[in-house]
Design a protein around this ligand. Structure first.
Ligand SMILES: Cc1cc2nc3c(=O)[nH]c(=O)nc-3n(C[C@H](O)[C@H](O)[C@H](O)COP(=O)(O)OP(=O)(O)OC[C@H]3O[C@@H](n4cnc5c(N)ncnc54)[C@H](O)[C@@H]3O)c2cc1C
Length: 399
């Protein structure tokens, strides 16, 4: 069977859905999302869903602030409810890192992200049970939020559908079709889709798909482990904020009343592609190894001493789509008109998705790269313009 659309989006995660919504907002008539499984089946449904603006780069912080605002105003803008948790974010760092922390705060402030240095007593009021010592430095970002990933994906899907986006689940794209130097459509498990433009938004799977056309996109599947921990049994202890801790190398956020989602701050553990644990994204171990879990629990008790008596509720693993500099690649295929890609979010694609969707839609509509995303091009790797690991000493970057 043959279908037609102005634009096809390959991949029904947050990147694909957000771009579909923004294409409609920018006046594109026929937009079709093709998802090989169910909507959200990729990384998106496994995300912690944390959105915070405190980062050491003004333009990235600006993108995050825009995205936080998108979700905070989502309900009133689209009349679709969103499960949003306005918990704020507590950053724990070391006093030896004070200069970097101040720089991060100043840079983010320029981008519109408000944060403040607080003392141990104020930090305890925000999150009882935090570790206290003279070496710990506390920063609070009150505007940070977290979202439940799958309900958020459903809200994006509802908005896309009410705007007239066609969504096909169980539709696997097998081939990107090109005639001469033009993209003309895709061959899928549900037949042929003719289209003038496509966005490849398939995270860990994207580089293999583009390799069909001889395009090399450096996205490395990296397996990482997470766990849900439960508060100590029969205690009043709760986690009520998003937290990251440079000492324990963990991040966490509340999960319901009694639990917390805990993950490793991979950026502290990875110093380059050679540290990545490559995995086949379709076949990998789905639960934590015991040694790693025990280490995580030990470290969790460094950040939150009462959690020494907490317990593991369940574990899981995921495969991130890492790039060599830990930042996404937002570009088009140089010698194929109409073929775009947004890949390699390196663990940060949920929070960037509204901004990425707006920028990629603008890119496709105007066929001119928006200034906001110019530096996220593919050529930066060949030209030595990588944005972090190559030009920042990671040992000095652990805030
Ligand atoms: C444990 C964990 C925690 C995270 N926490 C956060 C966080 O707190 N904040 C944050 O910003 N980010 C976070 N992330 C990262 C974030 O989840 C991802 O960056 C983001 O979801 C990527 O979205 P995506 O739409 O680009 O990719 P995906 O959600 O992976 O979507 C790609 C889709 O493409 C589909 N697909 C693949 N091949 C084909 C094909 N041939 N045809 C059709 N469809 C295809 C897949 O089935 C998949 O649904 C986290 C990730 C994980 C795993």
């Amino acid at each position: 069977m043959k279908h037609t659309s102005d634009v096809v989006i390959i991949g029904g995660g947050v990147t694909g859905l957000s771009t579909a919504i923004h294409l409609k907002l920018q006046g594109v008539d026929q937009v079709t999302v093709l998802e090989r499984h169910h909507i959200g089946a990729g990384q998106s449904h496994r995300a912690a869903g944390i959105l915070r603006g405190l980062v050491r780069d003004e333009s990235l912080s600006r993108a995050l602030v825009e995205s936080i605002d998108f979700f905070k105003t989502f309900d009133q803008r689209f009349a679709v409810p969103l499960l949003l948790h306005p918990t704020g974010y507590l950053l724990l760092s070391e006093s030896t890192q004070a200069a970097i922390v101040d720089e991060v705060m100043a840079v983010s402030e320029q981008a519109g992200c408000r944060s403040e240095r607080i003392d141990a007593r104020q930090a305890q009021q925000l999150q009882p049970g935090l570790r206290e010592d003279d070496e710990t430095l506390y920063v609070y970002e009150p505007g940070a939020i977290h979202l439940d990933p799958m309900p958020t994906i459903q809200a994006l899907l509802a908005v896309a559908s009410q705007m007239g986006v066609t969504v096909c689940e169980g539709c696997e794209v097998a081939k990107l079709a090109v005639q001469g130097e033009r993209f003309v459509g895709v061959d899928t498990s549900q037949g042929r889709y003719d289209a003038h433009q496509a966005l490849v938004a398939t995270s860990v799977w994207g580089s293999n798909q583009l390799a069909q056309l001889g395009v090399e996109v450096p996205v490395y599947p990296h397996r990482a482990e997470m766990a849900f921990f439960h508060a100590p049994w029969a205690s009043d202890f709760r986690v009520s904020r998003i937290l990251t801790d440079a000492r324990s190398m963990l991040y966490l956020r509340p999960e319901g009343q009694m639990q917390m989602f805990v993950g490793w701050r991979e950026s502290d553990r990875l110093h380059g592609v050679e540290d990545m644990v490559a995995e086949d994204p379709d076949h990998y171990r789905q639960t934590s190894h015991f040694e790693s879990l025990a280490d995580m629990h030990r470290r969790l008790a460094i950040t939150l001493p009462p959690m020494a008596r907490g317990f593991v509720h369940r574990t899981y693993a995921c495969v991130y789509d890492y790039t060599p500099d830990g930042l996404p690649i937002l570009d088009r295929v140089a010698n194929v008109e109409g073929l775009y890609f947004a890949l390699g979010f390196s663990g940060g694609g949920f929070s960037l998705s509204p901004w990425v969707g707006r920028c990629m839609a603008q890119f496709m509509v105007e066929q001119k790269v928006p200034a906001d995303i110019e530096r996220y091009d593919l050529k930066r790797f060949a030209e030595g313009r990588v944005l972090t690991w190559a030009n920042v000493d990671p040992s000095k970057d652990s805030v």
